[in-house]
Design a protein around this ligand. Structure first.
Ligand code: ZN
Ligand code: ZN
Length: 170
């Protein structure tokens, strides 16, 4: 996602960019054509620009337990200063500063937008809170049906009880 200097200078209202995951080089969070919205507000201060961005997308991720599709709305914000030269004393967070020399005509924001999405990813992706996932023994999707393995466990417990019962009766 590249922005041209002359555009930055004329953005007085928030600008909405409709791009895709592919455009910002993200290939591991679902289909490359997944839409991403970036709302950019630009403030100019001399040769420098302050960019405030809002990033929104709906990612289709795999459930951690059953691998089923999960639609994850992701929303995050970024703030970055484009400075013509690094000031001797930085009074802002260094991560929020990007050198944008006055001879450069465009600035690449893809990694900033991508980073905003990665930061906002859910720590756990579940299709639903109580997703049962797969049986570790037979691989059955336990959300669709119970599997034989659970019954076997019950049988084992029964057999222990039966053995005790038999011992008591003897
Ligand atoms: Zn699941
Ligand atoms: Zn099983």
């Amino acid at each position: 996602m590249k922005i041209i200097r002359s555009d930055l200078q004329r953005y007085h209202e928030p600008q909405l960019f409709r791009i895709t995951l592919f455009d910002i080089g993200v290939i591991d969070l679902g289909a490359p054509e997944t839409p991403v919205e970036v709302e950019l507000t630009v403030y100019q201060q001399g040769e420098d620009f302050l960019l405030n961005g809002l990033v929104r997308t709906d990612l289709r991720l795999a459930c951690d337990r059953c691998l089923g599709d999960v639609l994850c709305p992701v929303e995050g914000a970024f703030k970055v200063w484009l400075v013509s030269e690094i000031p001797s004393a930085l009074n802002v967070d260094e991560e929020e500063v990007l050198v944008f020399q006055s001879r450069k005509q465009e600035v690449e924001l893809s990694s900033i937008v991508a980073g905003t999405i990665y930061i906002e990813l859910p720590s756990k992706t579940l299709c639903r809170e109580d997703c049962k996932g797969f049986c570790p023994t037979c691989g059955t999707d336990l959300n669709t049906k119970p599997c034989g393995c659970v019954t076997e466990e019950t049988d084992e417990r029964w057999s222990v009880l039966l053995a005790i019962k038999q011992q008591l009766e003897e």
